[in-house]
Design a protein around this ligand. Structure first.
Ligand code: SAM
Ligand code: ZN
Length: 381
């Protein structure tokens, strides 16, 4: 069947438009992800004054990402191991008149990336990884061969957030823990594993735009090919200790964990330690604003995408968020409107912002006791 997205027309298997896996994968629910990707690519070229020109859609399936990139002025390449995907992506490229600027190859993505790394005519400025599940089997090749930007989607949220602990440890060489900020745990475990991979190639990384949605985590990482930059990036890694009883948490930087035996807030011994995780900002606010400004009204998700960017722009850089309902349950107090709740924190002199993870997620520099003291009067009223 035919679908149109972001100004391009595609043929995709009918089954896949219901989110059911068809012979070639196409997920209509990932349109927001793809709209944001095109806006990020544009913002990257303009905001960072980058001369990046080539874009690798390393798991192309129907070709949708590569075709949209090519339609927006990139010299794109698509790779997929699946023969049916490759022929469909080629047909879709021809349908959109971008067959000259979107070349599709049937190959393993890792083999292709290493092949390009040795071929300076095919230098890869931007590499986009969009595999099934964890991206880590492709991360080494991406950092070893990308010049400017690596974009990554991870859909294995249960391992990333600590719900499938052993699988998370195996994939990410970190200990994720299942907390009430599980999606953010996933973001910070993924960033940690990616920056440690980049560091092996003497590459420093700046996360420009990172977010978690229900079934995936997405990040866009700017690269700096200097060993000193890699060292500076690694300084942003560390550990979080989290009290399961009162939800107190403490973040410590460094290569060594120093787990809390007991919670300093409530004295409980049910303290989890996770890490190494990424503790610095997961996005660059000015860059996110530039992305928002580059979302045309013609995009299918334009309104949602712009609103989403606005939330991200306002989100504080604290490494973990709180959930208002979870805290109120703990305190046996009624939850109230988020705006009033955040205003109470600000009135008490703390920083406070919504967080994009859910409608009840927020960030603040207050600790759990300080949050309660600042908000209890408005919760009870
Ligand atoms: C999640 S789909 C990609 C979806 C696509 N990027 C989009 O936005 O619609 C993953 C694709 O990766 C392909 N794939 C799996 N293993 C691969 C490998 N080792 N190298 C290249 N492609 C691979 C699959 O055939 C599948 O088409
Ligand atoms: Zn506690």
């Amino acid at each position: 069947m035919r679908v149109s997205e972001g100004g391009v027309e595609l043929t995709v298997p009918a089954e896949s438009t219901d989110g059911v896996e068809g012979p070639v994968f196409y997920n209509p629910r990932q349109e927001l992800n793809r709209d944001l990707t095109i806006a990020v690519l544009g913002a990257f070229r303009e905001e960072r004054e980058s001369r990046a020109a080539t874009y690798l859609d390393a798991m192309t399936a129907s070709g949708v990402r590569g075709i949209r990139a090519a339609a927006n002025g990139w010299t794109a390449m698509g790779v997929d191991t699946d023969e049916r995907a490759v022929s469909l992506a080629r047909e879709n490229a021809a349908r959109n008149g971008v067959e000259e600027t979107f070349d599709v190859v049937q190959e393993d993505a890792n083999a292709f990336m290493y092949g390009c790394g040795r071929d300076m005519d095919r230098a890869l400025d931007v590499i986009d990884l969009d595999p099934y599940g964890t991206p880590m089997p492709f991360a080494d090749a991406a950092f070893a061969n990308a010049r400017n930007l690596v974009c990554v989607t991870a859909t294995d949220t249960a391992p990333l957030c600590g719900a499938h602990l052993q699988s998370g440890i195996r994939s990410y060489s970190a200990v994720p823990r299942n907390t009430d900020y599980h999606a953010e745990m996933g973001v910070r475990v993924l960033l940690s594993a990616l920056v440690r991979t980049a560091a092996r190639y003497d590459i420093g990384v700046t996360p420009l735009f990172t977010y978690a949605k229900s079934h995936y985590v997405r990040t866009f990482l700017e690269l700096d090919h200097r060993a000193t930059a890699a060292d500076a990036t690694l300084d942003a890694l560390g550990f979080v200790s989290h009290c399961e009883d009162c939800l107190y948490r403490e973040h410590t930087r460094g290569h060594f964990a120093d787990p809390l035996e007991t919670c300093p807030a409530c004295g409980a011994s049910r303290v989890l330690t996770a890490g190494p995780i990424w503790l610095d900002a997961s996005h660059d606010r000015a860059f996110v604003a530039a992305v928002r400004e580059r979302i045309p009204s013609s995009f299918g998700t334009a309104e949602r995408a712009r609103a989403f960017c606005s939330t991200l722009e306002a989100e504080l850089d604290e490494p973990t968020h709180y959930d208002q309902h979870r805290l109120c349950k703990e305190w046996t107090l009624p939850a109230n409107a988020m705006d009033d709740f955040l205003a109470a924190l600000r009135d008490a002199g703390y920083e406070a912002s919504p967080a994009h993870y859910s409608g009840t997620a927020f960030k603040t520099d207050a600790d759990v006791d300080e949050i309660r003291a600042a908000t209890e009067p408005v919760l009870e009223s």
